[in-house]
Write a protein that binds this ligand. Structure first.
Ligand SMILES: [Zn+2]
Length: 232
């Protein structure tokens, strides 16, 4: 499959996960002609340390932040599920909602959290259920017949890119050079003021964090993935 997928679906647990893990790659793929879509599995309604913040205010705020950020990454459409932050389960409902997006957006490449690495429970659940949704549930017509009533037919995904974890994945085998898309990633990240604070301060923090890595890599920055290939 390589770099030029016609259609890419990112499945992330929370509003901002795509931007942090895949933001530069999404912007690059979109600029190179891929149709990029985003499904967010929860509304992110617990992600705040602000004593005055409530879940009722946080969920719609993060919805707006994610949709604004998606524009900077060139993402064509964002679907945000209303399951609460930290409440994801490996169940038929989540699996069906992911299958629905796969059958609707018909991606060659699905990008999601690596469920086999040490990270947030919602990330692990999202990654695992997405892998199951890709194969066999989206592929086989007798799963979720109600989706056929919506006009959605089975779809085979060619490859999955897994991202994330608290350290660099020793098994990671794809690196996407995002050096030309750092501004797009920054613009996306700084939309998430509930997560990273005021945009200017956030921009400075991210830039400082990247400077060292740019220095070590001859001025280049990468996002890393573990690739899983499926027979189509
Ligand atoms: Zn997350």
């Amino acid at each position: 499959m390589g770099e030029n997928a016609k259609s890419v679906l990112v499945v992330a647990a929370h509003p901002d996960d795509c931007d942090v893990g895949v933001g530069g790659s999404a912007a690059r793929w979109a600029a190179e002609g891929s149709a990029v879509y985003l499904l967010v599995a929860t509304n992110g309604n617990k992600g705040s340390g602000d004593a005055a913040m409530t879940s009722d205010v946080l969920a719609p705020t993060r919805d707006k932040e994610q949709r604004a950020a998606a524009r900077f990454m060139g993402i064509r459409e964002v679907v945000i599920r209303q399951t609460g932050d930290g409440e994801l389960e490996d169940n038929a409902e989540l699996r069906r909602d992911i299958v629905r997006c796969i059958r609707r957006f018909r991606p060659d490449r699905v990008v999601t959290h690596n469920p086999y690495r040490w990270q947030h429970r919602d990330h692990r659940v999202t990654g695992q259920v997405t892998l199951d949704a890709v194969y066999p549930y989206a592929r086989d017509r007798l799963h979720y017949p109600e989706l056929q009533d919506e006009g959605l037919t089975p779809h085979k995904v060619a490859e999955v890119y897994l991202f994330g974890g608290f350290s660099k994945d020793p098994e990671g085998d794809v690196e996407v050079d995002i050096s030309g898309f750092l501004e797009a990633k920054l613009q996306a990240l700084t939309c998430h003021t509930t997560q990273f604070g005021e945009p200017e301060a956030a921009r400075k923090r991210w830039t400082t964090r990247w400077e060292q890595r740019l220095k070590e890599n001859d001025g280049r920055l990468f996002e890393y993935f573990k690739r899983v290939e499926y027979p189509v």
